[in-house]
Design a binder for this molecule. Structure first.
Ligand code: PEP
Ligand code: MN
Length: 443
């Protein structure tokens, strides 16, 4: 059997119960004939940049929605997210003086693992929402029935999103001379916006100086943005895996960077088996129960050549756990000679339910987990390689705290996420300033 299909004989966690498996096969067949969304050469380039992160020379900013939706694949939504990502990235690059590798949780983040397979409301039980790629968000039997046709819609929504991202980042919108423009609708309404405006002013002066001195580097006019998502639905990922004509190697062309989630990283499971064989740079989420032996076994399976840039560990321990749970992993992995990139996801270990029933996160916990992550790396002499966050470009009220001091009673005002609570634009920008500060003092 083809190595790319060996996962089919293993247990695959978190797959939907499709009503008609024959229809999944037909959809997979159709997907396998569609053009790639990303190219092998782009994935290679990202791997090279992640190798610089693993060596301690660059920093990753990875973020976007917890769950993208089909209706969110619009020019406005994508531009707002991108704008926030660009602003955060400028803050980090300028205030921490470090190259920032920008990876969107965008153009493919349509499938979600769930802790419970069903949802109960007022005594009615329906299948849990598993992302637009599987079923609908609405709480009706029709919406919640898994529909394989959604795999195709996900491909097209990813294509639209990626097209917008490519146009925005290459077509002048991401030009560094636009630093003020990204902030325009934001500057007077928020402390984070005003702080950003001051930094943008400094960048402007630096650009004017460079211009006067005759320098106008190409890098200032466009941005490299990579796409990423959790590689959850293996039928979809397999159908989008192609053999690169130059190298003869398989790449999953559904996104540049793909990761294995906390719930699907079983060493003998289908996800790890599938991901072993693709050549993309890949990540694995590591939660607080991860042992050093687990981490070493994952390296053995996923990065046997110990190739810097191939494997990124995205650690999501929780603010209260990171300072104890992370050191043994970093220590033993480093001692083994492996050079992985370490990224902090300060979101998924800090979710709780507010009395009103909304799932939320405290900005201070998010910040504290990042601080703990930096503390651990500082004390071990290793590199804090980046952050992975859930945010949106809009002024939602999903996480509490931050500059605007959203309190639990405010959550209902603009709670719009299809899954986990995201930082809003101000909170995301605040976080970027604080992370830049931590980075600078850690050096
Ligand atoms: C996520 O990234 O949305 C997610 C479900 O994360 P984790 O696998 O770390 O729980
Ligand atoms: Mn999430």
């Amino acid at each position: 059997m083809d190595l790319l299909d060996a996962w089919r004989t293993l247990p695959a966690a978190q797959q939907p119960e499709w009503p008609d498996p024959g229809q999944v096969l037909a959809v997979a067949e159709e997907l396998s004939k569609l053009p790639p969304l990303v190219f092998a050469g782009e994935c290679d380039r990202l791997r090279t940049q992640l190798a610089a992160v693993a060596r301690g020379e660059a920093f990753v900013l990875q973020g976007g929605d917890c769950a993208e939706t089909f209706s969110g694949a619009t020019a406005d939504d994508v531009r707002n997210k991108l704008k926030t990502l660009l602003q955060m990235s400028v803050v980090l690059t300028y205030a921490a003086s470090v190259p920032v590798v920008k990876i969107g949780r965008m153009a493919g983040q349509f499938a979600k693992p769930r802790s419970k397979p069903v949802e109960v409301r007022d005594g009615v039980e329906l299948p849990a929402y598993r992302g637009d790629m599987v079923n609908g968000f609405g709480f009706t039997p029709e919406e919640r029935a898994p529909d394989p046709g959604r795999l195709l819609r996900a491909y097209h929504a990813a294509a639209v999103t990626l097209n917008l991202c490519r146009a925005f980042t290459q077509g002048g919108y991401a030009d560094l001379r636009q630093v003020h423009a990204w902030n325009q609708d934001f500057v007077s309404s928020s402390p984070a916006g005003r702080r950003y405006e001051r930094l943008a002013g400094e960048i402007d002066r630096a650009l004017a100086f460079m211009n006067a001195a005759g320098a106008d580097p190409e890098e200032f006019h466009r941005v490299e943005l990579y796409s990423s998502h959790e590689a959850l639905l293996l039928d979809y990922e397999r159908a989008l895996t192609r053999i690169d004509s130059r190298s003869g190697l398989p790449y999953d062309v559904s996104g540049h960077f793909l990761w294995i989630g906390e719930r699907t990283r079983q060493l003998d499971g289908a996800h790890v088996e599938f991901m072993r064989h693709i050549r993309n740079p890949i990540g694995v989420k590591l939660g607080p129960t991860t042992t050093a032996e687990d981490a070493l076994a994952l390296i053995e399976l996923l990065d046997p050549q110990r190739e810097p840039g191939r494997l990124t560990f995205v650690v999501r321990m929780g603010a209260g756990r990171v300072r104890e749970a992370l050191p043994p992993l970093v220590e033993k992995v480093t001692a083994s000679g492996a050079r992985v990139a370490w990224i902090c996801d300060p979101m998924h270990g800090n979710t709780f339910e507010a009395p009103s029933g909304y799932k939320t996160r405290r900005f201070d916990d998010v910040l504290d987990e990042v601080a703990g992550f930096f503390d651990v790396h500082r004390s071990l002499g290793t590199h804090p390689g980046g952050v992975h966050i859930e945010f949106t470009g809009d002024d939602v009220t999903e996480c509490v705290g931050g500059g605007h001091e959203i309190v639990e009673d405010d959550l209902h005002q603009r709670y719009e996420t299809a899954c986990d609570p995201r930082l809003n634009r101000g909170q995301a920008l605040d976080l970027a300033f604080m992370v830049a500060e931590m980075y600078r003092t850690a050096k």
